[in-house]
Design a protein around this ligand. Structure first.
Ligand code: ZN
Length: 355
């Protein structure tokens, strides 16, 4: 039966029907198996007292890992702990299903109010929808900024556009006062890089000075050799190709005080300028604190990463959460024999280790 379930587990793409099936009330074993498969909760644990493989059991409303091993007719029954302990689900007492509903709404870009209404959640939960959204943004941001995940932009024959944008600017279409809070000098400017023909981008808050010393290392860290760069005439970009520690790069500036497309080279920065309006539309209409901007930018970059690769955002998010916040798994080296258990139980604390 379990083997059949395993075969049916959908860990690539999740339709809305598939999602409803996952969070159905009477389907918790399937849900836990799915989450174990993704790696966001442990798929197995060993009892830290006797070393047996322990099982998932429901007691009352909650799921636990419990040792069901019998020693001389008596259940070991120790080392019981909640399945959610040490996992992404640890922040709250809310059901797994409700937390997954919040995640679903987060990755599909509903705002917190819509999410609350869709999930039928009270505003007085111990960890609010807003706080969950904040946790989710942090996960996206930590994942995308991990050097092993962050895509490199450009390369031979590819164009990367760069620009900086002032974020306390007037909100588009006068929709509310998104930027009503005070902005520190280091919060106001964002430096962006984007590869033409790709959705991948790098967005990083930079101090107002936006000097060459600040911008060049960002370009070097995130772009490939051989890239053709386009920028406006900002002084930090002067003789960019010479200053960059990247081989075979060329630089085509556009002097925006004269024209938007360089008539000689055809260079322009219209891709990144279009991107800025997408980024600003991505921010909440109100209630964003400037120091939260890096996590909003991280979420935006993560979203672009997924769309560029046509990944399922729900499944990918859970995988990212599993990577950035892996469950604590107890594993013992060996399993004791029945006879040894009562005597060796205390010495087992040395025998197991946290992975
Ligand atoms: Zn045990």
């Amino acid at each position: 039966m379990l083997a059949m379930y395993k075969h049916d587990l959908i860990t690539e793409h999740m339709s809305y029907e598939g999602f409803l099936h996952l969070v159905a009330v009477n389907n918790e074993e399937y849900m836990l198996q799915f989450l174990g498969e993704i790696g966001i909760i442990a798929s197995e644990h060993q009892c830290k007292f006797c070393g047996a493989n322990i099982k998932q059991r429901k007691q009352g409303k909650n799921w636990y890992w419990i040792c069901m091993r019998r020693v001389a007719g008596i259940k070991c029954n120790r080392g019981k702990f909640p399945i959610r302990k040490g996992t992404f689900f640890d922040n709250s007492k809310m059901s797994f299903q409700n937390i997954l509903r919040i995640v679903w709404n987060f990755v599909h870009r509903l705002n917190t109010k819509q999410c609350q209404q869709f999930c039928g959640l009270s505003t007085k939960t111990d960890h609010t929808v807003g706080e969950f959204y904040g946790d989710c943004r942090t996960i996206c941001t930590r994942w995308i900024w991990d050097p092993k995940n962050m895509p490199k932009l450009g390369g031979y024959g590819k164009v990367v556009e760069m620009d900086e944008s002032f974020f306390p600017g007037a909100p588009k279409y006068n929709r509310g006062r998104r930027l009503g809070t005070t902005w520190e000098d280091d919060d106001k400017w964002v430096f962006g890089l984007t590869e033409r023909g790709s959705l991948d981008c790098v967005l990083k808050q930079v101090p107002s000075a936006r000097t060459r010393k600040i911008l060049l290392p960002i370009i070097e860290d995130h772009c490939n050799v051989g890239t053709l760069f386009c920028s406006d005439g900002w002084k930090a970009y002067n003789k960019l190709a010479e200053h960059l520690d990247l081989e075979d790069c060329q630089h085509f500036p556009v002097n925006h005080s004269e024209n938007y497309v360089n008539p000689e080279t055809g260079a322009h920065t219209q891709t990144i300028e279009g991107l800025w309006s997408h980024v600003k539309d991505f921010l909440p209409i109100r209630g964003m604190k400037p120091h939260d901007l890096p996590d909003y930018l991280g979420h935006f970059m993560w979203d672009c990463y997924c769309r560029q690769r046509k990944l399922d955002v729900f499944v990918k998010f859970l995988q990212c959460a599993a990577e950035t916040r892996p469950p604590v798994i107890f594993k013992t080296q060996t399993i004791t024999t029945n006879e040894q258990v009562p005597f060796l139980a205390s010495s087992w604390s040395r025998g197991y280790h946290r992975v």
